[in-house]
Design a protein around this ligand. Structure first.
Ligand SMILES: [Zn+2]
Length: 458
């Protein structure tokens, strides 16, 4: 009996290492992984010659803002997931805030699920929100099958998604702990940001004055950078770890920009005090504050891009296994909000769902680390059973990638709605040749399924 699909001779990448092997696929799942499969089970009814290609587990992007329903003119599940798939992704988990309404209760969850089903080209899970107005609905969200709760420790940029004061956050974590679900944190300290932002509205003699623009006053980019320093992240991470310890809530701190922030988490975890994990984003590994100055608003994000030594430290943290996951934080906006002359009012968010894998290859992260942080770890952390590994019994979600090639990123190849990537014109390594979702090549038919986390207590 032949496998329904046999992938021949690819360099199979797992978190443990790489080896040339054949992959037999049956009913959309991986049935066998073996060197030079032959005899009884081969050849497959259908075969893909993967010699010369790396076979990665499909990217599990646990941090995207696809904004459906209600704000799909910014991005939508169809365009966002098409971009993700084009970049080797097979699963996304969508943040609750940019849709309208935001996902704060059962009804808004249902609206988002309906918007994504039948539109998504990849499988997906959904987060709910943890905000001052919806603590009473968190249990309802757990029953619907959210993968976790997102909370902001500073203003979110979306008026109808409020940030969590300490009491809200603490109570929310107690509820999340009872539901067995993690809380995802945008960890920047609101009081620190508020104080610095007020200072930077002043005479230009604030912390940014040393980096003056041509006219003597700090540039808008510098003022932004100075208003969101590393200490704002560190203070918020520390406070979140304390609350997590007290409540027994699992936490996942998203988009950490710097190794010191990561180390706070590693120390707390090593001390056995908390169950916490750390995410960073490709743009913190690739770009620096200088790029924010030269590229402008397309490279605006929060927390902001950091100095070169901090970027390098973050890569070292990733190589050392201190960072658990890499998520794109894909957060696009229409060009009238993004490509503005006035940097200070431009939307902060970088569209990157399509470029995660290539960015990681470009900054020379070894394939097995990529498999860990971009597929296996996020799938495990958010309870997505059968996802994130190339192993018997797992879904055949695979990205076939030519790694020994590089090219400039062009707008033609981007699949997201607005194609305002800060990576345009940059040379990126790797080329994604084929992407399989549950054993079938991703094509023009949206076949994405909703994934309910397996390990929540409910
Ligand atoms: Zn985000």
């Amino acid at each position: 009996m032949a496998y329904e699909l046999l992938i021949r001779g690819g360099t199979v990448v797992t978190a443990e290492g790489v080896e040339v092997a054949d992959i037999g696929i049956e009913d959309g799942r991986i049935a066998e992984v073996a060197g030079e499969m032959s005899g009884g089970r081969g050849p497959g009814t259908q075969e893909i010659d993967a010699r010369g290609l790396h076979v990665f587990p499909g990217v599990v992007d646990a941090h995207v803002h696809f904004n459906d329903p209600g704000r799909d003119h910014w991005e939508g599940a169809a365009t966002g997931s098409a971009a993700l798939a084009a970049g080797g992704g097979t699963v996304f988990i969508d943040m609750p805030l940019n849709s309208s309404p935001p996902v704060l209760d059962g009804a808004s969850f249902d609206a988002k699920l309906q918007a994504c089903e039948g539109r998504s080209f990849t499988d997906f899970a959904l987060y709910g929100g943890l905000t001052p107005v919806n603590l009473d609905s968190m249990e309802e969200l757990a029953e619907r099958g959210v993968a976790g709760y997102k909370a902001f420790m500073c203003p979110s940029g979306i008026d109808d998604f409020q940030w969590s004061d300490d009491v809200t956050l603490y109570r929310g974590m107690e509820i999340a702990a009872r539901a067995g679900l993690p809380v995802l944190l945008h960890a920047e300290s609101a009081p620190i940001l508020a104080a610095l932002s007020a200072a930077s509205q002043g005479s230009g003699e604030g912390p940014g004055a040393a980096n003056a623009g041509a006219g003597g006053a700090p540039t808008a980019v510098r003022r932004f950078l100075d208003s969101r320093p590393v200490i704002a992240e560190l203070e918020a991470i520390n406070r979140a770890l304390l609350f997590a310890e007290e409540t027994g809530c699992r936490i996942h701190v998203v988009h950490i920009t710097n190794r010191r922030g990561v180390e706070l988490i590693r120390r707390a975890v090593a001390g056995g005090r908390v169950d916490a994990s750390a995410e960073t984003c490709p743009h913190y590994l690739f770009f620096t504050d200088r790029d924010m100055e030269t590229i402008g608003a397309r490279a605006k994000c929060a927390p902001p891009l950091r100095e070169e030594d901090i970027r390098r430290g973050q890569i070292e943290a990733l190589l050392a296994g201190e960072i658990d996951t890499v998520g794109s934080d894909h957060s696009p906006a229409p060009s009238d909000m993004k490509d503005r002359e006035d940097f200070s009012t431009a939307w902060g968010g970088i569209p990157g769902a399509q470029t995660t894998l290539r960015t990681l290859l470009t900054v020379e992260i070894p394939p097995e680390r990529i498999a860990a942080v971009a597929a296996q770890n996020p799938a495990e952390r958010f309870g997505l059973a059968g996802k994130g590994r190339i192993e018997v019994g797992y879904d055949a979600d695979l990205a076939l990638v030519r790694v020994d090639t590089e090219a400039e990123l062009t707008s033609d190849e981007l699949r997201d709605r607005h194609r305002l990537s800060p990576y345009l014109g940059r040379r990126l390594c790797g080329h994604v040749e084929r992407v399989l979702l549950r054993g079938r090549e991703v094509d023009d038919t949206p076949r994405g399924r909703f994934l309910r986390p397996a390990d929540a207590r409910r």
